[in-house]
Ligand binder design. Structure first.
Ligand code: HEM
Length: 423
């Protein structure tokens, strides 16, 4: 039997967690809609198929029986038909896009999901995000003052990590001195050096809510006026007529804290590594930093994205790229495979800082499109610009980096950098 005939794809296998890229290529070329019997899941690996799948807005596919990140244990549980909706009490919406059930049962209605997204989404809109520029720049400069004096440091956690965690603390009114604790708690979530690979979201879920809940309690006691948009929006929100408890508000804001802290630092560190690896590209970016950092960050979102996949579940019998899908079966879209699809991006495995990007899936698409996209673009541009404007020569040490094997986030958990020349 040839290697291809032998081919099986399992996102939780040790080889895949170390380096899924070779299997992504086989999937794209030979099995673009791959069915895994073990997980009763279809895997989409081509850019166009993922794009079409996420463009469907008819409610056929949902995040109802899990979050968008399905752990291996849940994956091994096969649904028999449409899964039951998540509970209504307590109301831990997270990213569930159909009405939770409970006494009144779930009904496939997506109103609650949209309502909650609206209620806490105001600080993520462009106008509010733009008002954060001087805060983010200030924290980045402060960090660089301290780090450059040391000469060598960890680009992921000590630079981008602290800036991202501080920004999310600022948005959620968590005291800024807690940023290192927030960062450490969130990094714990993608630890997969345990016998059971995948994600351990339970701990981080509770820990992150612990950071936010006291803020909500204080705000409720002292009164709110809309000027803390994420918190106040959730205090104003009524879920089918009832207000949320402090814990429920905190749990519903947990995704913002994690989404805003976890991914961007790894992308910026990896992006600076690619520029260091390609001195000609670094020189070209330096010609006009404010303009070019805004362009280069888009290629970094495509090329350096650590999040591998997200999942949905079919609510009804349907069809996917010509294959029958039954209610309860899952579809997982392989984001990093789509990002390296030659059918969409010529020379897709090459980093090209100013490559034309007409379509981008780095932030997903459709109903669950990343709520933090504007913040990520602004913060990414600032982190690059501040670093490159202070540092005229640097050296990265990828051989000493830590890339924890993970089925979900495969990125530079740490990346040592030595500063050779700076102002
Ligand atoms: C920096 C600030 C960020 C924040 C606050 C943030 C927050 C979030 C939240 C709350 C969601 C869930 C939306 C929902 O399901 O309704 C989400 C989705 C998503 N985010 Fe972000 N995120 C940020 C940055 C990023 C970055 C840098 C990337 C990668 C380039 C990214 C990629 C995604 C993707 C792909 C989804 C969609 C997941 C799906 O389809 O299930 N995010 N983000």
């Amino acid at each position: 039997m040839s290697a291809i005939e032998d081919f099986t794809y399992d996102p939780f296998s040790p080889e895949m967690m170390r380096d899924p890229a070779p299997s992504y290529r086989v999937l794209r070329d030979r099995f673009p809609v791959y069915y895994s019997e073990r997980y009763d899941t279809f895997y989409l690996s081509r850019f166009a198929d993922v794009w079409d799948f996420l463009s469907r807005s008819d409610g056929t596919f949902s995040t109802c029986d899990s979050t968008t990140l399905v752990d291996p244990q849940l994956m091994r549980h096969h649904n028999q038909g449409t899964p039951p909706p998540p509970p209504l009490d307590p109301f831990n919406h997270l990213v569930h896009d159909v009405s939770p059930g409970g006494a009144d049962g779930g009904d496939g209605d997506q109103t609650l999901y949209e309502e909650v997204r609206q209620a806490h989404g105001r600080p993520m809109r462009p106008k509010h995000v733009n008002s954060l520029e001087s805060f983010i720049r200030g924290v980045a400069r402060e960090r660089l003052d301290a780090l450059l004096a040391r000469g060598e440091f960890d680009l992921t956690q000590e630079y981008g990590g602290i800036v991202s965690a501080s920004t999310m603390c600022h948005i959620l009114h968590v005291p800024l001195e807690r940023a290192p604790d927030v960062l450490a708690a969130i990094n714990g979530a993608t630890r997969t050096d345990s016998p059971e690979p995948g994600l351990d979201l339970t701990g981080v879920f509770e820990t992150c809510a612990d950071f936010i809940e006291p803020v909500v309690t204080r705000r409720r006691q002292t009164g709110w006026d809309g000027s803390w948009p994420a918190i106040d929006g959730m205090l104003d929100y009524r879920m089918r007529g009832r207000e949320l408890t402090d814990r429920e508000v905190a749990i519903n804001l947990f995704c913002l804290l994690v989404g805003g802290t976890e991914t961007l630092p790894k992308i910026v560190a990896h992006g600076l590594l690619e520029l260091w690896r390609h001195p000609d590209q670094l020189a070209a970016v330096r010609v006009d930093l404010p303009r070019n950092c805004g362009i280069a960050i888009n290629e970094m979102f495509r090329y350096c994205g650590p999040a591998q996949w997200f999942s949905r579940t079919a609510l009804v019998d349907t069809e996917l790229a010509g294959q029958a899908v039954k209610a309860g079966q899952r579809v997982t879209y392989l984001l990093q495979s789509a990002a390296r699809d030659e059918r969409e991006y010529p020379d897709a495995d090459a980093f090209i800082w100013d490559r034309p990007i007409d379509r981008q899936l780095a932030f997903g698409l459709g109903q669950h499109y990343c709520i933090g996209v504007h913040l990520a673009k602004l913060e990414g541009r600032i982190l690059l610009e501040e670093f490159l404007s202070r540092v005229s020569e640097y050296e990265c040490f990828p051989e000493r980096s830590l890339r924890r094997p993970s089925s979900f986030q495969i990125g530079f958990n740490t990346l040592p950098v030595a500063i050779k020349e700076h102002s």
